[in-house]
Design a protein around this ligand. Structure first.
Ligand SMILES: NC(=[NH2+])NCCC[C@H](N)C(=O)O
Length: 704
């Protein structure tokens, strides 16, 4: 959980930030990279031309160099794309993997090379000189390992910092995409399946938007002819509503739509007369009879109010274009497909046969009605032709994979989409696994009902609130701050627990795990972010000024590792977008927090030295300031045993001295620092607590 010293307003900035995890991912990067500009590291002034050209990801830049080398090494192989990948840090930062495949192509063709290793060697030798590369080496059968220059890494990060957030975004090949996600069904409760679709879809949309793609966020709600079974129920529900609304009640608020749906379904199953009336109601509705249409739109309105509340809580923006929207376009689209010879008659229905599939894609049912498939075909046509989207992304559970495979194959046969999967316009189904309970079975409530989304969010929030109250936040914060923080942390935790897994796996819903402040959780990341903000705030430095006038220097290996990781952000977002995998970005953020912690711990001063320096400062300045000399230090040292000061101060409490020159104390104390008495330092800490208010020049930090 968040540490007590992080002040509420800041905490909330941080947690709100997390609600915007993906959109704000660059902020954590920014914050982390700013830290590199610590006061001791600011060196010569360097100014950057504001209009310097954006050059692409590290991989792209390396690929350009290797492309040149390949042109010289194997001039006949003009279609060879450089294969660049990040590599095991023991061997370098990146590697070029072309040698093996090139060798397979050229061996026996009279080439001068005698094996893949010499090919690799030649690729390495022919690399053009570049300030990017510090050194290269050859490994195994011709892999060329590249170690990047630390000056170049430093320069590139600085460039990004100065030029702003846009330069962190990858350049994708598409301009406009549709992300079809969430898409609950009218008159039914949103459940955990819709939660996954909402969270994953929103994240994909954010990542694409960050990559400068215009995203049409579409809520394809089931408000018309949904899957056969659901649509029947829905229609019954509509029928009942028609009666209720018209004859019983005009007060919409008094209707519990879910209970009503259940009752109507029960009656539909048990009463044939009712069933018939319900089916007639559908005909009347589709025929556009005024009172049925009116009742239908009222039902939609009630449902919409329900799921909009969920979107608001989760910070989701969506535009509803439900199934009914496409209804008027269906006949025209089917006519076009018919003319192209795609549609055939089968057992009274009209279908598209898809090679390799057991069942055809039914586009008109035997009763003449349209269905889920005809709506989706039409929606795809609309998105391509009317909305001019180049990439259609559908986020649903993996159970619908078959449906989308058939849909996309039909679209390819119609010539709407190109064959193959790599060219645009293209369509992808983003499937996800089930949400499981701790028993490993489908997540349900005790009464075996589906778990309602609102209940989950309520519980996440109330657990967070309880944890905050336990930490004494109720006394420090206003009720509103407490509520907002609990919401942000709770909902963030639910989102992140879902996103961090590969979406195709089933994931187990566990509150204890997702709200843990250790390990790969939202709470841990939020904490890391809050801590970084706090460090910057307390440093008292003008970061904007440092950004402009300071030059970054990456000396320590941990500093370099953090710098390189920051630099790889764009290619990670690109990978996450291309493969539609938000977990790639989550993993990156988690590792970033790790890199930052290591950097912060190991660079500048070691924690031990820092603690000691601060401790001495407190004891001497607070108690007997004028006698702050080596004699006191020696006295201190005499009463020390062997335990490490780190045990006492650990990662949780440090004191930072600003504005006073404590270097002489530091030097003296360094000589004695490695032997300490645990009890003695425990006393010192208590003492420090007492005197901290007096020591104006000393800044208290318990945020580490
Ligand atoms: N274009 C689509 N088929 N989008 C997904 C719709 C999901 C559907 N309403 C369901 O709850 O399963």
């Amino acid at each position: 959980m968040l540490k007590s010293s992080v002040r509420p307003c800041r905490t909330m900035c941080a947690v709100y930030w997390f609600l915007d995890l993906i959109r704000a991912a660059p902020n954590i990067l920014k914050a982390a990279s700013r830290r590199l500009f610590s006061a001791t590291r600011v060196q010569a002034v360097s100014t950057m031309a504001a209009d310097e050209e954006v050059v692409g990801t590290v991989k792209d830049q390396l690929a350009k160099l290797f492309e040149e080398s390949l042109r010289v090494t194997v001039p006949d192989q003009t279609d060879t794309d450089p294969l660049i990948a990040a590599c095991n840090p023991r061997f370098g930062d990146y590697q070029c993997n072309n040698a093996m495949s090139l060798w397979t192509k050229i061996k026996g063709t009279g080439s001068a090379f005698t094996g893949p290793q010499p090919v690799g060697q030649a690729i390495m030798t022919n690399l053009p000189r570049s300030e990017m590369i510090e050194s290269c080496s050859i490994a195994g059968p011709g892999f060329v390992n590249v170690k990047l220059s630390r000056q170049w890494i430093a320069k590139s990060i600085q460039k990004m910092l100065i030029k702003g957030i846009e330069t962190w975004s990858p350049k994708l090949r598409v301009k406009r995409a549709v992300v079809d996600f969430s898409s609950p069904n009218i008159a039914k409760e949103m459940h955990v399946g819709h939660l996954r679709s909402t969270i994953i879809g929103d994240t994909l949309a954010r990542m694409l938007e960050f990559s400068n793609v215009e995203v049409l966020r579409r809520n394809h709600v089931g408000d018309w002819g949904t899957q056969v079974s659901i649509s029947v129920c829905l229609r019954v529900c509509m029928h009942i509503y028609v009666s209720v609304y018209l004859f019983v009640s005009s007060d919409l608020a008094c209707i519990n739509i879910i209970a009503f749906y259940k009752a109507s379904k029960q009656r539909f199953d048990s009463d044939p007369g009712f069933k018939e009336r319900a089916q007639q109601a559908v005909v009347s509705l589709q025929g556009g009879k005024e009172k049925y249409r009116k009742a239908w739109s009222q039902i939609c309105e009630i449902s919409r109010k329900g799921y909009e509340k969920v979107y608001q809580r989760l910070g989701i923006v969506l535009e509803e274009k439900g199934e009914s929207f496409y209804n008027p376009y269906i006949p025209g689209v089917l006519e076009e497909l018919g003319k192209k010879g795609l549609i055939e008659e089968s057992e009274g229905a009209r279908v598209i046969f898809i090679e390799g599939k057991k069942y055809p894609f039914i586009v008109v049912k035997s009763d003449g009605g349209f269905n889920y498939a005809s709506t989706d075909l039409t929606a795809l046509w609309y998105r391509l032709n009317e909305e001019k989207a180049e990439w259609m992304i559908y986020v649903t559970d993996v159970g619908q994979r078959e449906h989308f495979e058939m849909l996309f194959t039909a679209a390819k046969r119609a010539g709407w989409l190109p064959p193959g999967d790599n060219s645009y316009p293209k369509a992808n189904h983003v499937g996800f696994g089930l949400v499981l309970g701790e028993d490993g079975k489908r997540f349900r409530t005790r009464s075996t009902e589906v778990v309602k989304l609102v209940d989950l969010l309520d519980e996440a929030k109330s657990r967070c609130k309880a944890a905050l109250v336990e930490r004494g936040k109720a006394e420090e914060w206003t009720e509103e701050e407490l509520e907002q923080t609990a919401e942000a942390v709770g909902y963030g935790a639910v989102k992140y627990a879902d996103l961090k897994n590969n979406r195709l796996t089933n994931y187990t819903f566990n509150f204890d795990q997702m709200l843990n402040d250790q390990g790969n959780t939202a709470v841990y990341l939020l904490y890391a972010h809050a801590r970084i903000c706090s460090i910057i705030r307390k440093s008292g430095k003008d970061v904007e000024e440092l950004k402009k006038t300071g030059a970054l220097v990456l000396e320590h290996p941990n500093e370099r590792a953090l710098g390189l990781h920051l630099l790889q952000f764009a290619e990670i977002v690109e990978e996450a977008c291309t493969n539609l995998l938000p977990n790639v970005l989550c993993e990156y953020l988690y590792n970033l927090s790790g890199h930052f912690t290591t950097f912060y711990t190991n660079c500048q001063t070691s924690p031990n030295r820092w603690c000691c320096q601060s401790l001495v400062a407190f004891v001497l300045w607070g108690q007997r300031r004028r006698q702050a000399d080596s004699c006191c230090v020696k006295r201190l040292q005499r009463s020390c045993g062997n335990a490490s000061i780190y045990l006492v101060f650990g990662q949780s409490t440090r004191y930072d001295i600003l504005g006073e020159d404590s270097s002489h104390l530091q030097k003296d104390f360094d000589n004695y620092v490695w032997a300490h008495d645990y009890r003695y330092y425990a006393q010192c800490i208590r003492h420090c607590e007492k005197v901290k208010d007096c020591a104006r020049t000393v800044q208290y930090r318990s945020d580490i």
